[in-house]
Write a protein that binds this ligand. Structure first.
Ligand SMILES: *Cc1c(COP(=O)(O)O)cnc(C)c1O
Length: 460
């Protein structure tokens, strides 16, 4: 079907109704939610782009697997199915299921991270950073500079700057338990890492005998970008690319709520038997027995099927094509968005969008609130609130980018929904100079404050 127009390789078997609401209702609801979009009940949201995590639709094959899930405490058949699938797809020998991605971090970092350690990588995901800082260690962001300019085109903005990495390893010799590379790089806008780059990172790590880990939540989407953008990979299958990528590394943590195409789940996969054994102890302490790790048997079965479906080209082409469709509409309307588009989300550049609101009044959050009030769209701030305070100085950390993320759930919304979202944003953009003041924090947690922060509107 090469010369035919492209269409999604699946159709709908069941529908879920969404509740429309009015602007007046939403103004009231968001105020009652302390201007934190995480506090809204989902029936008050029309299009939910808060996250692509665990919000996708499962296939009929996955639901079928739910029915034959083996709920044995130890040695469940669903566990074995998943273990074999993880081995086949990633190439890693050892495997521990966990209830989600941060649980994988918790279990593995309990083995690897100690007080005073330094963990370099590309921009670390917030739970990854949280689990490292919680252990009184810190992270060093070695992402290439191009990642922080939303208008520069670079095909692999998630790449690690090798010089920054070498410097950080030199400076912190003896204090680096591992390097972690996130694919795609969520905090830099869902941007991919190239095969060439992971090979270079791998060489640097090998020379210094430092393990290289992958935060692999969107590994399939990353492989799609390699296939489409990197020389020499156009004729390789997604599964071949995935296998090669992981072959340069020592292990991974996975949030299966992303490219696992399930609503809940995660795992650790790695080659080092000794680390696996130690991690198994923490798995039993935190997650349950090591053959279920906080998951139902049926969850593990659905995940095994999901990993196979997520690593098929046609699925990824429709998935990433839908995200790009929204991005292209916004570009057409002149809205400042991060380019090239990420795999799972479009990011509005709030520094260019809401110039009139001061940074210490959380301009990206102010824009996210506006999207909700005007269109019932739930998005998320990826800016100063997410960045948390510095653990030592307790001052706000102002990241280079103030973004609003529109994350697209997998296989869930239609292109019409994307058109609706783009129209709402266009309307806000056209009246953007009216917003002068933002918000102030009235309550916050010491880490990962964005989930529970309470805000109030600053009066003009
Ligand atoms: C979602 C995510 C995590 C954490 O996974 P959870 O399943 O939400 O606990 C870690 N890293 C990345 C890159 C993620 O996207």
């Amino acid at each position: 079907m090469k010369d035919l127009p492209y269409a999604e390789p699946y159709k709908t078997k069941m529908v879920e109704y969404m509740r429309p609401s009015t602007i007046e209702e939403r103004k009231q609801w968001i105020k009652e939610a302390d201007y934190n979009l995480f506090n809204l009940s989902s029936d008050k949201v029309f299009i939910d782009l808060l996250t692509d995590s665990g919000t996708g639709a499962m296939s009929d094959k996955q639901w079928a697997e739910m029915m034959v899930g083996d709920e044995s405490y130890a040695g469940s058949q669903s566990y074995l199915k998943l273990r074999d699938t993880v081995r086949r797809i990633t190439g890693f020998q050892y495997f521990l299921p966990t209830h989600q991605g941060r649980a994988a971090e918790n279990v593995l970092f309990s083995v690897l991270v100690n007080d005073g350690d330094i963990v370099p990588g590309n921009s670390h995901f917030d739970t990854t950073k949280g689990h490292i800082e919680f252990r009184k260690a810190s992270v060093v962001d070695c992402t290439i500079d191009e990642a922080f300019n939303t208008t520069v085109f670079h095909p692999f903005k998630g790449n690690v700057n090798i010089e920054k990495l070498e410097n950080s390893l030199k400076l912190n010799a003896g204090k680096v338990p591992f390097v972690i590379v996130t694919i795609t790089c969520n905090s830099a806008g869902g941007q991919p890492v190239s095969m060439e780059n992971i090979r270079a990172v791998s060489e640097v790590c090998k020379r210094r005998h430092i393990p290289l880990l992958i935060d692999a939540a969107r590994f399939a989407e990353n492989a799609y970008f390699i296939k489409m953008r990197e020389e020499g990979y156009r004729n390789k299958s997604i599964k071949e690319i995935v296998k090669e990528f992981f072959s340069y590394t020592d292990g991974m943590t996975m949030s299966a709520k992303k490219d696992g195409l399930v609503n809940m789940g995660g795992f650790i996969a790695l080659n080092n038997e000794e680390v696996y054994k130690k991690a198994s102890v923490f798995s039993i302490m935190f997650e349950g027995f090591k053959t279920y790790g906080g998951l139902n048997g049926r969850d593990m079965g659905a995940l095994a099927v999901g990993l196979d479906e997520a690593t098929e080209f046609d699925y990824l082409h429709s998935r990433i094509g839908q995200v790009a469709y929204l991005g292209e509409l916004l570009v057409k309307y002149g809205v400042p968005v991060q380019q090239p588009f990420g795999g799972h989300a479009i990011f509005l550049d709030a520094n260019k969008f809401v110039l009139t609101i001061p940074r210490d009044e959380y301009r990206a959050q102010a824009l996210a609130i506006e999207l909700y009030i005007v269109g019932g769209i739930r998005s998320v701030e990826i800016g100063t609130i997410l960045a948390d305070r510095d653990p030592f100085t307790h001052k706000n950390r102002y990241p280079e980018l103030e973004l609003v993320r529109l994350a697209i759930p997998r296989r869930t919304y239609s292109l019409n929904h994307m058109r609706y979202v783009a129209s709402v944003i266009r309307k806000i953009y056209d009246s953007r100079s009216q917003a002068k003041r933002g918000y102030r924090i009235i309550d916050e947690a010491p880490i990962m404050r964005h989930f529970t922060v309470k805000l109030e509107k600053i009066k003009t």
